[in-house]
Design a binder for this molecule. Structure first.
Ligand code: PHE
Length: 467
């Protein structure tokens, strides 16, 4: 019979039981916001790139967001049961292909490009996709930038031992030559010898310390550069009162680096997590043809930084085609966003009981439920067994249903009430959906219609009872 599928940027994909990417998401593929030089995403990207200059670093972008599960997870050492792989978190095109959830999906290829190259590092910028909650700072499509740097073993050395000693000297010199900042930083007390965040067994601990120092000083330079650019647009009396920018390093975990860290910055009295990084797992370098290299990598969300830099209050604004937004920004300039009139908001609640019948369990097991919700977008998977009965409910499912029905007409979705019935033991949830357009005033009829579509879809897809 007829096999349903989709064409994404010229490549055909056939849907299967794993597919959960809705049309509303596919419509955002190919916008390439980072390519319009005056867009805040592009301005932020350029600012970050300038901290990692040529010829040491090459700068890439990758327009096609479809990657294999191998590139996004396996090659990076994600365990088979890692939650990031689940269909409640990730948009699958089908069993073998997905919309990348991070720019690390391009690490392997980017490292390969460094073999026999003059450049010793790279940055890569791309749009990434995650099934997530809806609020002012979360949108299912956002942008990430990733950077990496490697050091080869010098070839002229007499022995491997000699070569390693030389490489340490080179890294030490590179650390020393990095520009210094006036940032006030706190390092974590890390024991590189043991523990869950230790140096990798095949690495020399002293060399790892140098690589980590280079990584930390490079990212401090990045953060300092980005935030100084933002402070420059403040009036002097305000800037002087602020004193130095405060940052701190904390230990972290990523499957593809060890040791791993996160950098946080104190901004308006709050510690904000800005980026993740670490020493690259040696098998990743080995697989990419860099078995005589050691190196670091980092990854950062661009919207997060751009919202702080430009004072942009709502992540959906990055997707706005409104001149009042786009004409405010100019390539190479950081300036405060000037709000233009907001259209009125409109709240609607949806409340339901969750039925606990085991018959509702998805045939896909732990990865469960939500693919069903997202799949509702197309006819493609009508025949899929997962859709013949309502699935168990997961919080990301309502986000997906709302997003699929109302797209960017929803500002946020919040759980406002949750309780257990004292006798039946059934759970009730109430979500508040805030409908608001960035481009116009929504009519009452329109909002009522959207809301009843959400309710109908929730009812048909999940094992719930509307209240
Ligand atoms: N890919 C990670 C993320 O999306 C960030 C990261 C990149 C961490 C590279 C370490 C090294 O959260």
């Amino acid at each position: 019979g007829h096999l349903a599928g989709v064409n994404i940027l010229g490549n055909p994909y056939i849907f299967d039981a794993t597919t959960n990417v809705p049309d509303s998401i596919l419509q955002l593929v190919g916008r390439n916001l980072y390519r319009s030089p005056d867009h805040p995403i592009a301005i932020t990207k350029a600012l970050i790139e300038s901290c990692f200059p040529k010829p040491t670093y090459n700068h890439f972008t990758v327009a096609d967001p479809v990657v294999t599960t191998h590139e996004n997870f396996d090659v990076l050492g994600f365990p088979k049961d890692h939650p990031g792989r689940s269909r409640t978190d990730t948009y699958y095109v089908n069993t073998t292909h997905l919309l990348r959830t991070h720019t690390s999906a391009h690490q392997h290829a980017a490292f390969q490009s460094l073999v026999n190259d003059e450049a010793k590092g790279y940055t890569v910028c791309a749009d990434v996709y995650r099934r997530d909650s809806i609020d002012k700072s979360h949108f299912p499509v956002f942008h990430q930038m990733e950077g990496a740097r490697v050091w080869d073993l010098p070839v002229s050395a007499d022995s491997r031992y000699e070569a390693q000693l030389r490489r340490k000297e080179i890294i030490e010199k590179d650390v020393y030559n990095l520009p210094t900042t006036r940032l006030a930083v706190k390092d974590p007390v890390t024991n590189f010898h043991k523990g869950s965040n230790a140096a990798q067994p095949e690495h020399d601990v002293e060399e790892v310390k140098l690589v980590v120092a280079h990584l930390m000083r490079s990212l401090e330079y990045l953060v300092n550069g980005v935030f100084e650019a933002s402070r420059e647009m403040m009036p002097p009396w305000q800037r002087d009162k602020m004193g130095p920018l405060h940052a701190r390093w904390i230990e972290a975990y990523f499957p593809f680096t060890s040791p791993s860290f996160e950098l946080e910055v104190l901004w308006n009295g709050e510690w904000l997590e800005l980026l993740g990084c670490g020493v690259v797992q040696q098998p990743i370098l080995n697989n990419a043809g860099l078995k005589n290299s050691i190196g670091w990598a980092w990854g950062v969300g661009i919207e997060r930084i751009a919202m702080l830099l430009f004072g942009i209050p709502d992540i959906r604004l990055f997707w706005s085609q409104d001149k009042r937004f786009l004409q405010q920004f100019k390539c190479g300039h950081i300036k405060k966003f000037e709000p233009f009139s907001k259209y009125p908001e409109c709240y609607k609640d949806i409340a339901f009981w969750i039925n606990s019948s085991p018959a509702a369990a998805s045939p896909i097991g732990v990865e469960s439920s939500s693919g069903v919700a997202a799949a509702a977008g197309g006819d493609a998977r009508k025949a899929s067994p997962a859709e013949t009965q309502p699935a168990a409910f997961h919080e990301n499912d309502i986000m997906e249903v709302v997003r699929d029905v109302a797209g960017s007409l929803v500002e946020d979705v919040q759980l406002v009430d949750e309780f257990l019935h004292p006798t039946t033991g059934r759970k009730s949830l109430c979500y508040r959906i805030n409908y608001r357009s960035l481009e116009r005033t929504l009519t009452n009829e329109e909002v009522n219609d959207l809301h009843s579509q959400v309710a109908a879809k929730m009812k048909s897809l999940f094992n719930i009872e509307l209240r």
